[in-house]
Ligand binder design. Structure first.
Ligand code: HEM
Ligand SMILES: [Cu+2]
Length: 615
């Protein structure tokens, strides 16, 4: 396709026919806008969780410090972990699902646009509710895994655990609905010729992750409801005095919790499986193997949960079984790492910031993977469990593996979203401060852990000899904080004044690069026909596709109208759970009635009705 047509298409006002203003965002059902809102909200919570981490790090800067109280410390690490997992890492991936997946498969939106909006608003309200606990001075304080029977009313009489149980219950609703939406979208809304085995890897990993979402989240939902019954209605699911087994909670939590780590990491793997080929100018090496490895991880992820419980006394048979499955799951993961490296091998590599973050992920995730295989061995884990060694391990996989993947995706897709590139110069600063800050924070934790520093402990004695390691971690933490500010600056500045990007900003192979940047609100004027895995890399196929995707339709495709009801129902769902807190059985029914009203109005609303806009 000629350059002239391309620039003509990109200078065309992409927002034509699309209302602007606050109300249009509140009522939007456009997957692209919802994706942007998910992203910005998750960045907000990243700042909150990061601030909590820095307070923790200040406290641990020197032995026997009393910068913050022990009680506040408990709240800080609990909210830090809970925030980073449920309000940052998961929704940031969902931001990319939202923005990118429909564009990659040639769809105009997700299968259920209003449900999609509902997922977002529940996420926002659930996150705000959880953090409202700070304002009454009773933030959750029993760690992000909330082990029984610390969470019983006997040991946690305050509102802290109530906020946690109810907040996570609210958030789970959002995730499960998101999973349903993306499974349906990917099965039903692919453009002609977009066979499953032609889908970009990011869409594939979204698909696998969505199945994990709809299967794993219900497990924790059940556990949370049982805990809520214990707390609010004096049930005895986890009450040892009444004959309960507190280890039951650990099983339920980790049957959810381990698949959860793959819910977190598979989307990041998907991102870099698209980014590495794009910047190596080579198709992904062993595409089917990477797909199957992802699917396999999804399955085996269900059989390893008790590696979190080696110290709970399960006995040698159970221990051996979970040692074996845990080592087995390292295989498909290792396979992916080799495929990424083989993709780069002999390629014409361009080290853009997106590519740097992708390669950084491969390096750091490998470190975290290796320390993971170390404590996959039960006797070794007896030494490492609940020490800072484990904190080092999971930050290498979570920050090194997940957050870096999200940043790679940010630099990669930002030109599609805004029509402008992020600054590569600020990007280089962001990347290198992240790498330096991250390794300085978390590598020394391997040592402080091995020398006996327990995790989730307010302070330590100088005799332990871990002060230097802790000081390194604290300095590194602040460098990491600065790197986040650099990213924020880059995003805000480049959104306004970054270099303009064409429809295919990087010369990348997949379908999202065939439409203008930013896309029209209807994405595709007509559906293109896909004939291969890298449609934009085959000249004749690309020409045929762009003839469709860059064309100006005589009449714009009709899109679902905006709706006010998702935000109403979301506030209702949140209020219903939150009102359980009152402990009076009929009070939540008020929230339920309000929710029911919203659901009815939603059901009878004409989905294609166009609200009068300010436009
Ligand atoms: C995306 C980024 C991050 C994620 C997903 C994340 C996740 C987590 C999780 C799940 C925990 C466990 C909480 C618990 O023990 O209940 C944790 C603990 C911790 N995190 Fe992070 N974290 C992130 C970034 C950071 C940063 C930037 C720092 C330091 C500057 C940090 C420092 C810590 C510390 C010190 C603990 C241990 C608290 C304790 O148990 O004493 N984290 N993190
Ligand atoms: Cu696990």
């Amino acid at each position: 396709m000629s350059v002239a047509t391309e620039s003509a298409a990109t200078t065309h006002d992409a927002h034509h026919g699309e209302p602007t203003g606050l109300w249009s965002w509140i009522t939007t059902v456009d997957h692209k806008r919802i994706g942007i809102m998910y992203f910005l909200t998750s960045i907000f919570f990243l700042l909150v969780g990061g601030l909590e981490a820095l307070l923790i790090r200040i406290q641990l800067f020197k032995p026997e410090n009393d910068f913050i109280s022990a009680e506040l410390y408990n709240q800080l690490f609990t909210m830090h972990g809970t925030t980073m997992i449920f309000l940052v890492a998961m929704p940031m991936a969902v931001a990319f699902f939202n923005y990118v997946v429909p564009l990659q498969i040639g769809a105009r939106d997700v299968a259920f646009p209003r449900l999609n909006a509902l997922s977002y608003w529940i996420y926002l309200f659930g996150g705000l509710y959880l953090n409202a606990s700070w304002f009454v001075g009773q933030a959750p304080n029993t760690s992000w895994v909330g082990y029984a029977n610390l969470t019983s009313t006997q040991f946690s009489p305050g509102l802290n655990v109530d906020f946690w149980v109810l907040g996570l219950s609210i958030l789970g609703v959002s995730s499960i609905m998101g999973g349903v939406n993306f499974i349906t979208t990917i099965i039903n809304l692919r453009a002609p010729g977009m066979k499953l085995m032609r889908m970009p890897l990011f869409t594939w990993m979204t698909f696998v992750t969505s199945f994990l979402l709809i299967t794993a989240l219900p497990v924790i939902a059940v556990a949370l409801i049982m805990l809520a019954f214990d707390r609010f209605f004096s049930a005895n699911f986890f009450n040892v005095a009444a004959g309960a087994d507190p280890v039951l909670w650990q099983h339920l939590f980790w049957i959810f919790g381990h698949p959860e780590v793959y819910i977190l990491v598979l989307p990041a793997f998907g991102v870099i499986s698209d980014v590495i080929p794009a910047f190596s100018r080579k198709p992904l090496f062993g595409y089917p193997v990477v797909v199957y490895a992802g699917v396999l991880i999804g399955f085996i992820g269900w059989g390893v949960w008790s590696h979190h419980m080696f110290t709970s006394g399960m006995g040698p048979i159970a221990d051996s079984f979970f040692v074996a499955t845990t080592m087995i799951i390292a295989i498909p993961t290792g396979v992916k790492i080799f495929n990424w490296m083989a993709t780069m091998w002999g390629g014409a590599i361009r080290f853009t910031t997106a590519m740097n973050f992708a390669v950084g992920l491969v390096a750091l995730f490998t470190v975290g993977g290796l320390s993971g295989v170390m404590h996959a061995s039960a006797p070794v884990d007896l030494q490492q469990h609940d020490s800072y060694f484990v904190v080092a391990h999971f930050h290498y996989v979570i920050v090194g593996g997940i957050l870096l993947g999200m940043f790679s995706g940010l630099y990669y897709w930002f030109p599609k979203v805004t029509g402008r590139y992020l600054s590569e110069k600020a990007g280089a600063w962001h990347f290198w401060t992240t790498m330096i800050g991250f390794n300085l924070t978390f590598f020394p934790m391997h040592f402080s852990g091995m020398f006996g520093m327990p995790r989730r402990t307010w302070t330590y004695q100088s005799e332990l000899g871990v002060q230097l390691y802790n000081q390194m971690s604290t300095v590194g933490g602040f460098i990491l904080g600065i790197s986040t500010l650099i990213m924020l600056y880059n995003v805000l500045k480049s959104a306004k004044s970054g270099a303009p990007a064409g429809s295919n900003a990087w010369g990348a192979p997949s379908l999202e690069w065939s439409i203008p940047s930013p896309p029209h609100h209807y994405n595709f004027p007509a559906l293109p026909e896909v004939r291969s895995r890298e449609p934009m890399w085959h000249d004749d196929e690309r020409a045929a596709i762009e003839a469709v995707t860059l064309a100006h339709p005589a009449k714009e495709p009709e899109m679902p109208g905006p709706s006010f009801w998702p935000i109403v129902v979301a506030s209702g769902v949140t209020a219903t759970w939150a009102l359980v807190m009152t402990g009076v059985w009929w009070v939540p029914l008020i929230g339920l009635a309000y929710t029911t009203f919203g659901v009815f109005m939603w059901a009878f609303e004409d989905p294609f009705k166009h609200l009068e806009s300010s436009h």
